[in-house]
Write a protein that binds this ligand. Structure first.
Ligand SMILES: Cc1ncc(COP(=O)(O)O)c(C=O)c1O
Length: 437
């Protein structure tokens, strides 16, 4: 088969394809695999009951049902949902926005494909624009999204070694902050010059994979920097407020029309409905709507229909605070406890778990690569995600020595049933002891 350059680029092996294939195989194999990889949200019974009730309401309203299932949405997305979301954001956060600031897509992965290729690639006068990731490691799913292979540029972070973690007790998790050896990435503003070649700046907050949540102050600093260079700051809120709000520290949600905020219904528990949300100034929203029409005709309407009333009456905020956040907080507390038992005596550090559904583990001076560790764990039925692919876009010719840290980290999903996490961590401890021995 003769493939175009585009064809070759989008069919090559990639970190995200490998991750999704592992996830698919593990889900298909039933209970044989201890699944600490992937990014599937937990199945939270109270939440599933709410979604079922919304679906039941929908199926009992024949006209609405026929419209949702039988008609295409407009390319910007379903108007009622967009109105309800704009109202919620104005009411909760006082943001100055309306329906003209919101578009829906078929999942936020697709939102990022559109946004990255709007702002990166061949510009006029021979410019080659890139997306700047100010803090690496970042979401593995950004790596291969740009049509042009040079599209992603990332920066090394500063690393704070914290002997005591953030006060997780204060966020209701109840872990002694001094119990674990922690570390935290910070944006290195000194290394962050935004040159002509930067088309947009992007970060996830909370960050997948590390669970990092950059501070309000740093986010404002990034926004001001991007604004002063007239490039958008794209904030990926897949795990953040207003929903699913998987956060373990207090932050102030921030948006203004120099920023693009991406949300998703996936981590709320609805990855199957494939609904992403883009919040931006009207010209970006119009561009997303046009790209929707070309790429997909229209975004799906089922996710918006399930969630519309819960947005309209503000219930989603309470659901996120009272059901989702406490659920993940409890899983996190269990996982941290199990981890410190299973890895006792080993030289490991945990990134401050400030949000999202992952523990990002660092094994300083690990004698094997994390790809080898991943393969050994997989042979024993435990799936984790090796860290290297999350560090894409770091320039190799920056004159700095090779950064070994990129080969010393793995991501584990802590929100699996406690038995799975415990058994997985036990095997991880055994394999690490073997590697360090
Ligand atoms: C940080 C982040 N952004 C975006 C996505 C894409 O999610 P979806 O396309 O399901 O909205 C994910 C999925 O794992 C993610 O972790």
């Amino acid at each position: 088969m003769h493939l175009s350059r585009f064809g070759q680029r989008f069919t090559q092996p990639s970190g995200i394809a490998e991750l999704m294939e592992d996830l698919g195989r593990a889900l298909a194999s039933g209970h044989d695999t201890l699944m600490l990889g992937g990014g599937n949200p937990a199945h939270i019974p109270a939440l599933e009951a709410l979604f079922r009730a919304e679906l039941a309401k929908l199926s009992e309203a024949p006209e609405r049902f026929a419209r949702v299932f039988g008609d295409y949405s407009p390319p910007q997305g379903e108007g009622g949902f967009i109105e309800a979301l704009a109202g919620l954001l104005r009411h909760e956060y006082g943001w100055d926005l309306g329906p003209e600031n919101i578009a829906l897509t078929s999942g936020s992965q697709l939102s990022f494909f559109m946004l990255f290729n709007l702002f990166a690639g061949e510009g006029g006068e021979g410019t080659r624009k890139k997306i700047l990731l100010p803090l690496s490691p970042e979401y593995i799913g950004y790596t291969d999204l740009c049509v042009e292979p040079y599209g992603i540029l990332a920066r090394r972070p500063l690393i704070d070694l914290c002997e005591s973690g953030i006060d997780l007790c204060a966020s209701g998790i109840g872990i002694d902050p001094c119990e674990d050896r922690r570390f935290k990435y910070r944006v290195s503003f000194e290394d962050l010059a935004i040159g002509e070649e930067i088309g947009a700046v992007c970060l996830s907050r909370p960050t997948n994979p590390s669970g990092n949540v950059i501070s309000d102050l740093d986010l404002k600093r990034l926004a001001a920097l991007a604004r002063s260079h007239e490039v958008p700051l794209i904030v990926d809120g897949a795990y953040g407020p207003p929903f699913p709000n998987i956060l373990f520290r207090d932050i102030t949600p921030l948006w203004d029309d120099s920023m693009v905020l991406s949300l998703s219904l996936s981590k709320l528990g609805l990855p199957g409905v494939r609904t992403g949300i883009v919040i931006a100034r009207p010209e970006i929203i119009a561009a997303v709507a046009r790209m929707n029409a070309i790429l997909a005709l229209a975004p799906g309407g089922i996710g918006p229909a399930i969630l519309c009333d819960l947005l309209g009456n503000g219930a989603i905020i309470r659901i996120a605070r009272e059901i989702i956040q406490p659920y993940y907080a409890a899983r996190l507390r269990d996982a941290l406890g199990q981890l410190s038992l299973a890895l006792e005596g080993l030289p490991y550090r945990v990134h401050e778990p400030e949000g999202a559904m992952f523990l990002w583990l660092w094994f300083p001076d690990l004698p094997i690569s994390t790809r080898t560790l991943y393969a050994r764990l997989k042979d024993r039925g435990v799936l984790v995600v090796p860290g290297e692919p999350f560090f894409s876009g770091l320039p190799r010719d920056s004159g700095k020595p090779h950064w070994r840290h990129t080969e010393e980290c793995i991501r584990v999903h802590y929100a699996q049933p406690p038995r799975v996490v415990e058994q997985g961590f036990t095997v991880l401890g055994e394999e690490l002891r073997r590697a360090y021995a």
